[in-house]
Design a protein around this ligand. Structure first.
Ligand SMILES: *Cc1c(COP(=O)(O)O)cnc(C)c1O
Length: 365
């Protein structure tokens, strides 16, 4: 925590104007049938950086923006985002899972993209006020949550190439239903590359996704769900898959690629899963791991599980992993470690297990 929470809240209340909707859409939503990312809560937050300071911070009814066609973000891609989830505890109190980690990461992304820093009262304080206001939008069915999407874009109306002087920070929230743990098929990509050392792989930047659309489309045509990205030099050291970090369980050791090359997004779920795995008695190693090592473990019968981790899916079991001639086939219905990780993580996030690491941020207090 950067500053005392109550100080941050006080500043947020002072600086963020709240205009409530006159017509809540809550009654129109079927919470048993939520398509991811298509329904938004009643309110959104918008704030402007005018080149000197953040102003016009407002929580207002969800609505379209009016944007100049010369908006710099559209042309040169200064656009970054975050993904966070909010839950309710058994008493119905809203909680946000580890928002300070996302706050720090957004500003790390901002720095790398030459963008302005977002203050804590706006990011954390803004989330608090918004979730407090839209608390009835947090689904409580098992496995459901409210997905929070803070993001920032360049706002200059200028098509010359230079860092924007003005920015827009926004938050929108989308209720999301239970993520059915559909096992996934991964293609290890040996031609296209997602990130290089010195690049922007560690930033949650919109352009990182833009570059992966075409290769992912090709992989989908071949029947895969996602690409497992590997390094651009030897095409064999694992980076991550799609929107998720990756873990391999070999024997009693959980291995996940280390972050030293700056080519991997440091997932908040990744960090939580590493802690939970340690609680479960596994050895956790952050280090380079090659597809050859995975293949050798598979052949030796010591490769127990492979899964991806991320806020949207929590944990996604990998049942197929293909690399050139190598075909790895796993029976994910027998994954015990991944399943236990989800159980423990869910219990903490929904207030049913002790939150010993203070991951849950209590809204409205
Ligand atoms: C967001 C993201 C992740 C997962 O991060 P979490 O904080 O766990 O949601 C992993 N990889 C990429 C490329 C991402 O954008």
């Amino acid at each position: 925590m950067m500053v005392d929470k109550s100080t941050v809240k006080e500043e947020a209340l002072k600086r963020i104007k709240i205009t409530k909707t006159a017509h809540s859409r809550l009654g129109e939503v079927d919470f048993n049938n939520l398509a991811f990312g298509k329904t938004y809560t009643d309110h959104m937050l918008v704030a402007d950086f005018d080149g000197k300071e953040w102003k016009n911070a407002e929580i207002l009814p969800f609505q379209n923006l009016s944007v100049s066609p010369s908006n710099a973000a559209w042309h040169y891609g200064q656009a970054i985002f975050e993904g966070i989830k909010a839950y309710k505890d058994p008493q119905g109190n809203p909680m946000i899972f580890r928002p300070y980690d996302n706050y720090k990461r957004l500003n790390l992304s901002a720095e790398r993209m030459g963008m302005v820093e977002v203050p804590e009262w706006l990011f954390v304080g803004g989330l608090d006020l918004m979730i407090d206001l839209d608390r009835d939008w947090i689904p409580t069915n098992e496995g459901s949550s409210l997905y929070l999407r803070p993001f920032m874009i360049a706002a200059d109306e200028y098509i010359g190439v230079r860092p924007s002087e003005t920015y827009k920070f926004m938050i929108i929230n989308s209720p999301s239903g239970p993520y059915f743990n559909q096992p996934i098929k991964l293609l290890v990509q040996d031609k296209f590359v997602r990130a290089f050392p010195g690049g922007v792989g560690f930033a949650k930047a919109a352009g990182n996704y833009g570059g992966t659309m075409y290769p992912t489309m090709q992989a989908k045509k071949q029947g895969y769900d996602q690409i497992l990205w590997v390094d651009g030099f030897e095409h064999k050291y694992l980076q991550e898959c799609g929107t998720m970090n990756v873990f391999a369980i070999i024997g009693n050791t959980a291995i996940t690629p280390d972050l030293s090359q700056g080519t991997i997004l440091e997932g908040v779920t990744r960090s939580s899963v590493m802690e939970v795995l340690k609680d479960m008695g596994l050895t956790v190693e952050e280090r380079p791991i090659s597809i050859d090592e995975i293949a050798a473990a598979y052949k030796a019968g010591t490769l127990r599980e492979v899964f991806g981790t991320g806020t949207a899916a929590s944990v996604a079991y990998v049942e197929e992993l293909d690399y050139k001639d190598l075909q790895i086939r796993m029976d994910s219905t027998k994954y015990e470690i991944g399943a236990e990780v989800i159980r423990r993580l869910d219990a903490i996030r929904t207030g049913r297990a002790a939150d010993t690491r203070h991951w849950n941020y209590l809204v409205g207090r």
